[in-house]
Ligand binder design. Sequence first.
Ligand code: 5GP
Ligand code: MG
Ligand code: MG
Length: 202
Amino acid sequence: YSLDLFTYPQHYYGDLEYVLIPHGIIVDRTERLAKDIAQDIGDNDIVVLCVLKGGYKFCADLVEHIKNLSRNSERFISMKVDFVRLKSYHNDKSMEDMQIMGEDDLSDLRGKNVLIVEDIIGTGRTMKALLNNIEKCEPKMIKVASLLVKRTSQPDGFRPDYYGFEIPDIFVVGYALDYNEYFRDLNHICVINDQGKAKYRV
Ligand code: 5GP
Ligand code: MG
Ligand code: MG
């Protein structure tokens, strides 16, 4: 979509190429995903494990929709929300190893129904590494929800249980996805241009 069709923060004027997914469509899709997830989970308790930092908006919106479902209908899903922080990108290049930052204690996931909420699956390497770590805690069930999945040339054989949109193998920002911590405050999923990359390169 052309940028002229939308509003976005003035400090990013000139830094974007186009809008790939408008915010309103993300919101609508997330509502439907919440419904699908709630259907599958039934009346079980879940631990929502938000993968920081990029997953914070999707996770917040998803939790809100799941909560509203259990308020308005027969569904009664009790949720605990926890966080794990990973880092795998420098500028727009994926780094070899995924790092789990901080000292998150995942041991209380034992016997729980865990819903991992991630922003985007690229090669799938990050999610596989995280799943390896989480499986060691012996949860009862693990499901993965990712807002985006890339059609990449080197897929690592990972498909999430739930995803919002499949996108081409391009670097995207917005809706909490960053380029060196910038563009998280952009509501739409967008592609940055050369000026944007140069301006925020580290
Ligand atoms: P993977 O290991 O699947 O290749 O990469 C997954 C992680 O890299 C994601 O959790 C995300 O944090 C980051 N990532 C992958 N593609 C993109 C992208 O297009 N934009 C941004 N901002 N981050 C990405
Ligand atoms: Mg991520
Ligand atoms: Mg990042």
